[in-house]
Write a protein that binds this ligand. Structure first.
Ligand code: PLP
Ligand code: COI
Length: 358
């Protein structure tokens, strides 16, 4: 049975929470009053869609997702643009969720219904969309296997939930450059694995590298390819772009990199601006050479949470390179203004990416 708007039961909280001040938000630590939930099983498909109070959910200690990591998620944002709540390329997120679902043997959602459900949830919690510069309502859709069973198998019972978190910058300094550690011991993903999916386990496996980087004073990890540990892949929570000798280079999608929606948007915007963009393999040695020859102009990460995040230093434990004197570069600033301008309805949206919640 195809679910529709009229199937969503709304049960509003009796205890609305105090909304936080925009300057106290941080990232992903505060949650709005409501969440969307629906269940799936093999016989019924998706059923019981509902919006209810954001609250803990009961789960069995034998829950499949806890034991075998059958869990995927998405990250998107709502903004207020010209007084109205908007989303940025939301269909792309739900389509990527479905690609992740396929890889993790989870059921797909109907993209139209998922967008309807999200829109209803945002309407209920519209007042939770912060409006100060650099803030937004971070949206976290996720799905996990719920069988109470310790045999290794794809769950026959699944939950899909959307929660909302009013958030500020992912990195404390916002557009200030960050220091990134180049990881050449551990790998995040391998071809044929789950790297292209937004699988919870990808992040679990990356934490050791993140801890290592943090101990050395680095904000995140730059992951290299899982076979030769020679080619640049992506950062822990964002894709990465290099401006070398006037051209923009970003690692090609090879199955082990997350196909970022911001990445795709930046490629399209740069080309629209007349810039040359190459999606290709980039070895860490080519990068070091470009730095040594003075050709590495800028480096920045791209992601929903991270937006545009300049990189001021790369260090692999031996070689350290400082980029653009650790100053936020012109290229990063321009593309940040263009992207956030579109998201906030302030500049032309040449690709029709903004989705207004009506
Ligand atoms: N790479 C990883 C590992 C991520 O977690 C993210 C964040 O979502 C990205 C890249 C950027 O993807 P997007 O631009 O779709 O947010
Ligand atoms: C996002 O940018 O939406 C992410 O998922 C990154 C991170 C918070 C895991």
């Amino acid at each position: 049975m195809n679910l529709e708007l009229k199937d969503i039961k709304i049960n509003l909280t009796k205890n609305p929470k105090q909304k936080p001040e925009d300057d106290k938000l941080g990232f992903g630590a505060i949650f709005s009053d409501h969440m969307f939930i629906m269940d799936w099983n093999e016989e019924k498909g998706w059923y019981n869609p509902r919006i209810e109070e954001y609250a803990p959910i009961a789960m069995a200690p034998s829950l499949a997702a806890l034991h075998y990591g059958q869990s995927i998620f998405e990250g998107m944002k709502a903004y207020i643009a010209n007084g109205k709540p908007v989303l940025f390329r939301p269909r792309d997120n739900f389509e990527r969720l479905n690609n992740s679902a396929e890889r993790l043997a989870l059921p797909k959602v109907d993209v139209d219904f998922a967008l309807t459900a999200l829109s209803e949830l945002i309407k209920v919690d519209k007042e939770w969309i912060p409006t100060s510069e650099g803030t937004s309502l971070y949206i976290r859709p996720f799905m996990f296997g719920c069988d109470e069973y310790l045999g290794v198998k794809a769950s026959s019972n699944v939950k899909f939930i959307i929660i909302l978190s009013p958030s500020g910058a992912y990195f404390k300094g916002g557009l200030q450059p960050n220091k990134i550690f180049v990881e050449d011991e551990y790998v995040r993903a391998v071809r044929g694995g789950t790297g292209y999916a937004k699988a919870a386990g990808n992040y679990a496996g990356s934490l050791i590298g993140q801890n290592k980087a943090a101990k050395l004073g680095y904000a995140q990890t730059l992951w290299l390819d899982g076979v030769e540990q020679k080619y640049v892949e992506e950062v822990g929570a964002m894709n990465i772009f290099f401006k070398i000798d006037g051209k923009y280079i970003t690692p090609e999608l090879n199955g082990s990199i997350l196909p970022g929606i911001t990445r795709d948007s930046i490629i399209k915007l740069l080309k629209h601006n007349g810039e040359i963009v190459e999606e290709r393999k980039l070895s860490i040695n080519e990068l070091y050479e470009a730095a040594d020859n003075g050709k590495l102009e800028e480096v920045f990460g791209t992601g929903t949470a991270a937006v545009i995040s300049p990189v001021g230093e790369l260090f692999d434990g031996k070689k350290k390179i400082v980029i653009n004197d650790f100053i936020t570069g012109e290229a990063a600033t321009k593309i940040y203004n263009q992207l956030t301008g579109i998201q906030l309805g302030k500049v032309e949206d040449p690709f029709g990416w903004l989705y207004e919640i009506k």
